[in-house]
Design a protein around this ligand. Structure first.
Ligand SMILES: Nc1ncnc2c1ncn2[C@@H]1O[C@H](COP(=O)(O)OP(=O)(O)O)[C@@H](O)[C@H]1O
Ligand SMILES: O=C(O)C1=C[C@@H](OP(=O)(O)O)[C@@H](O)[C@H](O)C1
Ligand SMILES: [Mg+2]
Length: 192
C-alpha cells in the first residue's frame, strides 16, 4: 500500500483520529501520513511545542484544566490549518466546543478495549492520567468517553487483534467510502 494516492483534499484535514489512549491514533496517523505523502499533526505534540514542556510536566506544573484549554486551542488550529492527518489526544472530545468543531470533518474513531489499552499503554509513564491504577483508570475513561467518540465519528474501526498497518488499511478504505462532507454519525463501521 506504500505510495497509494491520498484521497482528494477535503475542506479540512484528510482524516482526524480520535479514541482512547492506546487506540493507536499517533501510530496509525503517522503511518497513513507517510503512505499518502501528507503532513501529520498530533495535538499533544502541538501543546508540548506551545508550552515547551512534555504533557506529563504540563499536568504536574499547571494541572489538567490548563492542559485541556491548550488542547482545545491546538485542535481548533489544526482543524483550521492542516490538510494532512490530525491525531487528537484521547481527552480532546471532552470539550463540547471541540466536539462541535469536529462536525463535518472526516473523523475516524479507533476503538480499543480495556485489556488492549492496558497492554498497549498501561505501563507508559508519559500519560499522566494513567500513572496510578491504569486498568481502573482506562476502564472508567473508556466507559465515560465512548459516547463522545461515537458522537463525533464518521467512521468507527475496532482495532482489537489488528496491527497498526491493518488499521491504517481500513482507515484508508473507509475514508474512500465517505461522502464529502461526511455524515457525522457513524456512517461506516468496521467491527471485528
Ligand atoms: N493496533 C495496534 N496493535 C498493537 N499495538 C498498537 C496498535 N496501535 C498502537 N499500538 C501500540 O500502542 C502504543 C500506543 O500507541 P499510540 O499510537 O501512541 O496510541 P494513542 O495515540 O491512541 O494513545 C504504542 O506502543 C503503539 O506501538
Ligand atoms: O486521554 C487523555 O485524557 C489523554 C491522552 C493523551 O493522548 P493519547 O490519547 O494520544 O495517549 C494525552 O493527551 C494526555 O495524556 C491525556
Ligand atoms: Mg497519541
Amino acid at each position: 500500500m506504500v505510495g497509494e494516492a491520498a484521497p482528494a483534499a477535503p475542506a479540512g484535514p484528510r482524516a482526524v483520529l480520535v479514541g482512547a489512549p492506546g487506540a493507536g491514533k499517533t501510530t496509525v496517523g503517522t503511518r497513513l501520513a507517510q503512505r499518502w505523502g501528507v503532513g501529520f499533526r498530533d495535538t499533544d505534540a502541538d501543546v508540548e511545542a506551545e508550552l515547551g514542556r512534555s504533557v506529563a510536566d504540563i499536568f504536574i506544573e499547571f494541572g489538567e484544566e490548563y492542559f485541556r484549554a491548550a488542547e482545545a486551542r491546538a485542535v481548533a488550529a489544526a482543524l483550521a490549518e492542516h490538510r494532512g492527518i490530525v491525531a487528537l489526544g484521547g481527552g480532546a472530545v471532552l470539550d463540547a466546543d471541540t466536539r462541535a468543531l469536529l462536525a463535518g470533518h472526516r473523523v475516524v474513531y479507533l476503538e480499543v478495549g480495556v485489556s488492549d489499552a492496558v497492554r498497549r499503554v498501561g505501563l507508559a509513564r508519559d500519560r499522566p492520567l494513567l500513572v496510578e491504577g491504569p486498568r481502573a483508570r482506562l476502564a472508567a475513561l473508556l466507559k465515560a468517553r465512548q459516547p463522545l467518540y461515537a458522537e463525533v465519528a464518521a467512521v468507527v474501526i475496532d482495532t482489537a487483534g489488528r496491527e497498526p498497518n491493518e488499521v491504517a488499511d481500513l482507515v484508508a478504505a473507509a475514508l474512500a467510502e465517505l461522502p464529502t462532507p461526511p455524515a457525522p454519525a457513524a456512517s461506516v463501521r468496521i467491527p471485528r
